[in-house]
Design a protein around this ligand. Structure first.
Ligand SMILES: O=C(O)CCC(=O)C(=O)O
Ligand SMILES: [Fe+2]
Length: 368
């Protein structure tokens, strides 16, 4: 978390702001956040970046890199269009998500991992933000496996032993009854997200004045978790708790997230004036946001921005986030191009895994 962004609630805080508790790698922090109802974001707050140039020559890639870096430095959130992910792959995965969450809990519950926190989690079983309500959502998630990665799946025998040893040994079989080709279809979209994230991190390398392939070696067996998320609509029911969150306020943990969302509004981003703004779905786009680990590696130049989901609409909302991270065992310090004599590194080298473990180990509330 950027030290400059840390603000504790004080007696002089304006009354229309309230303190929001957040977990970071370094413990709990608080921010003063506007209580004004969220409005839609402007294109200055969450710009739309055309990624066509990412597939072009060096000059075209540099132009895209400068736009991506600008958005990542100013807001940490941006939409991408012409990203190369075929719409059919995404919509097919969305269709399977709808079918999956309609199953009875007894069926969905079969997709629960016995060794990890991946798999199915029901309504109100999680609470991402300890100072907010439990999360009014269901989700199904899974982790990276070389068998899902086109770069490795045809020659799995060459996967290094330390990579194999690190993978959670889930016995979960993801073949929910009555949903043919569930896994294959979800992986169809996942593979595309993996390819897009690997291209985007090359663009980010260019934008940071690093060799374009700087991160390639660091993302050969990446952290690449994926989730299907279901936020049930309220229908005609009264909203009992106006403060209830679909997903509590948080920052993402790794390098970047690629989020597909359906047409129902819910995602809110904390803007630079500490106000919540909706980042509604724009057809054909994905939302990208920078995670805490990339913020750290860039000495806080790129921003990991706080966001949450409030789903108080009548209709169901589905989203599919893809979380991209470095190889689990890479110990990384601040990037050489993000420091100079006036900006020494603010952080010691660390692996993303050890920092995530530290953050997850924080209790429910700060100890006073
Ligand atoms: O569902 C969404 O729109 C956002 C999901 C998200 O922020 C997350 O899973 O980290
Ligand atoms: Fe998130």
């Amino acid at each position: 978390m950027a030290p400059s962004a840390i603000m504790t609630k004080s007696a002089s805080a304006p009354s229309e702001f309230k303190s929001l508790l957040l977990r970071t790698y370094d413990g709990f922090t608080t921010r003063n956040v506007s209580t004004a109802p969220a409005r839609d974001c402007t294109t200055d707050e969450v710009p739309i970046i055309d990624l066509s140039g990412m597939f072009g020559d060096l000059n075209a890639r540099k132009k895209v890199a400068s736009k991506v870096l600008n958005a990542a430095k100013t807001n940490g959130f941006f939409y991408i269009k012409n990203h190369g992910i075929p719409q059919e792959a995404t919509l097919a995965a969305h269709q399977k998500a709808k079918e999956f969450f309609k199953l009875p809990v007894s069926e969905k519950g079969k997709l629960t991992s016995d060794v990890s926190s991946y798999g199915y989690h029901g309504l109100y079983t999680r609470q991402v933000n300890p100072s907010q309500s439990k999360d009014r959502k269901e989700n199904f998630s899974f982790h990276y496996d070389p068998g899902f990665d086109p770069a490795h799946k045809s020659h799995l025998a060459t996967v290094p032993q330390h990579v194999k040893d690190h993978l959670p040994k889930d016995s979960m079989i993801w073949a929910p009854n009555g949903i043919p080709e569930f896994k294959e279809t979800i992986l169809g979209h996942y593979e595309q997200c993996l390819a897009t994230a690997r291209r985007l991190i090359r663009i980010i390398a260019l934008g940071l004045d690093l060799p374009e392939d700087y991160f390639d070696r660091l993302t050969s067996y990446p952290g690449a978790d994926f989730a299907l998320v279901f936020y049930p609509g309220h229908g005609e029911d009264k909203i009992e708790d106006p403060e209830e969150v679909g997903l509590g306020a948080h920052t993402d943990l790794q390098i970047l997230t690629l989020l597909w969302q359906d047409e129902n509004k819910g995602l809110q981003v904390l803007n630079n004036n500490h106000e919540w703004v909706f980042a509604p779905s724009i057809p054909g786009t994905l939302v990208v946001n920078i995670g805490d680990f990339l913020m750290r590696l860039t000495n806080n130049q790129l921003k990991s921005t706080v966001h949450r989901v409030i789903q108080h609409g009548k209709t169901d909302r589905y989203s599919m986030p893809f979380f991209f991270g470095f190889n689990f065992d890479e110990k990384l310090g601040v990037l050489p191009t993000c420091v100079d004599e006036n900006n020494p590194p603010k952080y010691e080298p660390a692996t993303c895994g050890e920092l995530i473990a530290k953050r997850l180990a924080l209790g429910a509330k700060p100890s006073s």
